[in-house]
Design a protein around this ligand. Structure first.
Ligand code: PXP
Length: 246
């Protein structure tokens, strides 16, 4: 059960995507993080990909130096990313699967098949007091494996739920997410959720009282083109709050 209010982490990757389309300095993802902080965000999330397609090493350095909010570094389980995480010691590190050819993080980590590979990465991050989460599908087996890996947090992938058309298909995936959230609570794992969330899809997830944090990026950055980043974040926050009280 949540004792505090549901946290909102803002993923600023796609501010960097727009910047990188021109190879200049604008728009600046660090400025976006500052606006997110002014708009009531509880954290900043950034994914440093192997190919640096959006966030760069300089962005991570600047986010650590210039932003007061906790940073959640999304990273693949590679030696290069582990060294970067240990160097910057962000508040949290979310281990995600990464394929060079994918457009976005397409599914959750294979925690069962990749158990032995993930183990030393989790151990090194735990030893450095970085709060580790694993980005997983809402599957009970994946949760059991995450628990055995000794992570404090899991983030449930909401991509399939968001992509499904509104109706029975989406409702069925929501049921799986609800079962996974309940299982995470039984296991004593802190539960986060994210990927693909929009104004239309956020409320059923925000209403799950054992979910502690949502990480949202692409939709908010897109919406910011029309209404501005602050208005876009404030509306997401309002919908999250409404879902928790209704
Ligand atoms: N959580 C994780 C672990 C992610 O990899 C991403 C995408 O980088 C998000 C949340 C945010 O997803 P979106 O940008 O679709 O809101």
């Amino acid at each position: 059960m949540r004792t505090n209010k549901l946290r909102l982490g803002i993923n600023i990757d796609h501010v960097a995507t727009i910047r990188n389309a021109r190879g200049c300095g604008n728009p600046d993802p660090v400025r976006a993080a500052l606006i997110a902080a002014e708009s009531g965000a509880d954290g900043i999330t950034a994914h440093l990909r192997e190919d640096r397609r959006h966030i760069t090493d300089t962005d991570i350095r600047r986010l650590c130096a210039e932003i007061d909010l906790p940073l959640n570094l999304e990273m693949a389980a590679t030696d290069e990313m582990l060294a970067i995480a240990l160097k910057h010691a962000p508040h949290a590190a979310c281990i995600v699967p990464e394929k060079r050819e994918e457009r976005t993080t397409e599914g959750g980590l294979d925690v069962v098949g990749g158990f032995n590979t993930l183990k030393p990465f989790v151990a090194r991050l735990n030893d450095a007091n970085i709060r580790v989460s694993l980005f997983i599908e809402p599957s009970l087996k994946a949760l059991d494996a995450a628990k055995a890996l000794d992570v404090p947090v899991v983030e449930l992938h909401t991509g399939a739920y968001c992509d499904a058309p509104k109706g029975p298909k989406r409702a069925a995936i929501l049921s799986q997410i609800k079962a996974a959230v309940a299982h995470a609570e039984t296991l004593g794992l802190e539960c986060h959720a994210g990927h693909g969330l929009t104004f239309e899809t956020v409320q059923p997830i925000a209403a799950l009282s054992a979910v502690q944090e949502l990480n949202i990026g692409h939709f908010l950055v897109g919406e910011a083109i029309f209404v501005g980043l602050k208005a876009s974040i404030l509306e997401m926050r309002r919908l999250m709050d409404e879902a928790q009280t209704s």
